[in-house]
Design a protein around this ligand. Sequence first.
Ligand code: NIG
Ligand code: FE
Length: 391
Amino acid sequence: MSTVITGIAELVTNDPSLGSGPLGLIADAAVVVDSGAVAWVGRQHDAPAADARIELGGRAVIPGFVDSHAHLVFAGDRAPEFEARMSGVPYDGGGIGSTVAATRAASEEALRRRLRDLVAEMRRQGTTTVEIKSGYGLTVDDEARSLRLAAEFTAETTFLGAHVVPAEYTGRRDDYVALVTGPMLAACAPHARWIDVFCEPASAHAFDGASARAVLEAGRAAGLGLRVHANQLSAGPGVQLAVELGAASADHCTHLSAEDVDALADGTTVATLLPGVEFSTRSPYPDARSLLDAGVTVALATDCNPGSCFTSSMAFCLALAVREMRMTPAEALWAATAGGAAALQRTDIGHLRPGARADLAVVDAPSFRHLAYRPGVPLVRTLERDGGVTG
Ligand code: NIG
Ligand code: FE
């Protein structure tokens, strides 16, 4: 059954060959969707007939947000840690241990309920694809449980056993890396598409370059794609390691040297910026302009997690990117949609060319620019695909 969506004041296709500018904008547009895919886009007066019609009354339509970095399998709450940070306590990743304890103690049903609520919260705000990491279990069984749960909600599952060294391995980092790269990886790889590591020599809790390399190489040998938490707290080795190993994405990129920017510009690794983290940890924002000006592919994601950034709103991150990182509204919109798709190496999402997955989001405003112009206002919602929920 086909549906024609009309009354689109501005359609963002993300295909410059279909409309104006880098976002491929079409004014007074219509979209036809059929069997869960985009069948046609163009000017409304040229639209073909369809079985059903949805009239949007002059609103903008964008590709659904692609949130390529989120940690949604957890229990507990770290509001007191956030409150302490706002009065000057720095973020060093040490609070992750308290979420690990709460997650291990939680029932599978409690974790699933929390996860379902967060994914629904994201969908209500226009996110149609989300990557979900493990990383709050940190035992073989708890990591595998997290990934099995994540896989109920997304195909983009990421094994993050190398999030921090858990308390029971204090002083035995190498033993923990051996566990992650051995039995834990074997138990988790069947449920994961990606492997990730928190590469941060400046943190007492995370992993240095050599350990991160061992984790990533083991993951690759097990058939997983690579992602890296890189250069969040200091200009460490993470970004260059990600580029050298051909990782899909280097995430955070808060502290970058000129060599890091050059490496990203020469490589294929996407730089995924997470400005909600800088907002919520009161840290300096990444230098998005130097990345964009060097030709690096930039993505924006929420990093939704109970510690460093507990927002599920891609629109909020987009507004931060424009206000705080000097991205243009068009660059930010692209990064939050097509950029996220690039970071997940997906060609079926992040754009609205015919053949794309019919993941449409409606902005309750005449232009996508209102996403940054009207920060904090819940303007975006997901348009249900063929009457069903997008996934
Ligand atoms: O992406 N940096 C490491 N991991 C998460 C934070 C996790 C937490 O604090 O619970 C991040 O910021
Ligand atoms: Fe993260």
